[in-house]
Design a protein around this ligand. Structure first.
Ligand code: 1WJ
Length: 390
């Protein structure tokens, strides 16, 4: 399922291969976020052009809209969205806290008023895993509580204890039921291919414990005891300062098994991802590349640029010297014009460019780890990226 190919000598960076039902993923990897079954403004073929290996879907959103009946009728999220490579779905725990109203948490799960029409809904470990099995994702995340930042140690301890109890229920449900519901496990003819390289849906645990080192260690150990196919570090990128985010990784990753993937949830900037790779993180997801594109921001090796700035009015250069050819044909001057004219093509070009920047950074990281030059690559990239900070 996960093969550790090489570990860097100077840092804890690793090269790995994660085999899922819909394909093999080379790590370190960035996963574009497709919360509602689409990576905003991009066609699945764009994602293939960009070299995306896996995208994210989301339990809370897809269960709410279009709803499981629609997804079931389409025989799962791969068929519905026509993306037939790997999909990871998040469990919905985070959205309940970031989007829903009137949340009531209990041992059973979370009762909430959904953010669309305010009607009452319930998410529990069992219902979250059932939704993810119906979506048919290749990797399902356990249903957890993501504590707010900051929070008292007592709150963090009680919260991680709940997440551990929920993790047990997720694992039990998954072992008992997933193979009877996951579309590509119940109807292999859907893809008309030979038996899948990985014949079952994988399940990942999520380490919590907030900013308390001993709680992070406790959460990691309890999840390993239960046993998962991979381990995410949750409760990060929730408004904490960057040094707290890195400390959470330092407090969790050393306690995780070396032969399983590590996934840092919801982050981050290019320098943050390189710092995390150096600490042994293999997988990332972040809305940033596509979200900031919608605010007119383009990533470059010299740091982000705001395309609307006057300095680009006559700038005939492409966004960067390594921009994907389908975007490099356009000048900064033209893209600035599109942005200021509120032309939709601006959103598409900037999203495409930013995702390419992130995915290329991961490709460069994989190559640097293989060449034994990752430490130097990381330091050189970050120095140049930050050198233009005002
Ligand atoms: C942004 N910072 C951040 N994201 C986080 C997410 C994913 C949000 C999920 O929501 C969608 O993005 C908006 C994505 O889902 C497609 C993502 O996986 C988390 N998910 C869980 N289950 N537990 C966490 O502790 C957690 C912490 C996060 N911190």
């Amino acid at each position: 399922m996960f093969e550790l190919i090489q570990t860097d000598k100077e840092t804890k960076a690793r090269r790995g291969r994660l085999t899922t039902a819909h394909g093999v993923i080379k790590t370190p990897i960035f996963m574009p976020v497709g919360t509602q079954g689409t990576v905003k403004t991009l066609h699945p073929d764009d994602l293939l052009d960009l070299g995306s290996q896996i995208i994210l879907g989301n339990t809370y959103h897809l269960n709410l809209r279009p709803g499981l009946d629609v997804i079931r009728a389409a025989k799962g999220l791969h068929q519905f969205s026509t993306w037939d490579k790997p999909i990871l779905t998040d469990s919905g725990g985070f959205q309940v806290w970031s989007l829903a109203k009137l949340r009531k948490i209990s041992e059973e799960g979370v009762q909430f008023a959904n953010h669309l029409d305010g009607s009452k809904m319930m998410l529990s470990p069992e219902t979250s895993m059932e939704i993810q099995a119906t979506l048919g994702s290749d990797i399902a995340m356990l249903f957890d509580e993501c504590p707010p930042y900051p929070c008292e140690e007592k709150y963090a301890a009680d919260s991680l204890a709940l997440t551990t109890r929920w993790a047990k229920r997720c694992k039990e449900w998954h072992e008992e039921n997933a193979s009877k519901i996951v579309p590509w496990m119940t109807e292999p003819s859907l893809l008309g291919e030979s038996p899948m390289p990985q014949p079952r849906q994988l399940a990942f645990g999520i380490v919590q414990g907030s900013s308390y080192a001993e709680l992070r260690e406790q959460s990691a150990k309890e999840l390993i005891e239960i046993g998962f196919d991979g381990y995410a570090v949750g409760g990060i990128s929730v408004g904490e300062p960057e040094h707290e985010m890195i400390r959470a990784i330092d407090n969790a990753v050393p306690h995780l098994p070396v032969d399983k993937p590590r996934y840092a949830m919801g982050l981050g900037t290019p320098p943050q991802m390189l710092e995390m790779i150096a600490r042994g993180v293999d997988m990332f997801d972040c809305v940033m590349p596509t979200r900031v594109a919608r605010h007119g921001l383009a990533f470059t090796e010299d740091g982000p640029i705001h395309i609307k700035n006057k300095e680009f009015e006559f700038d005939q250069r492409p966004l960067t010297e390594h921009t994907h050819p389908s975007v490099a044909r356009f000048s900064r001057s033209y893209i600035r014009h599109l942005w200021r004219a509120k032309e939709m093509l601006a959103l598409r070009l900037l999203s495409f460019h930013n995702l390419h920047f992130y995915l290329r950074l991961m490709q460069q990281s994989r190559e640097a780890i293989e060449a034994g030059t990752f430490a130097e690559f990381k330091d050189t990239f970050i120095a140049r990226y930050n050198s233009h900070k005002e």
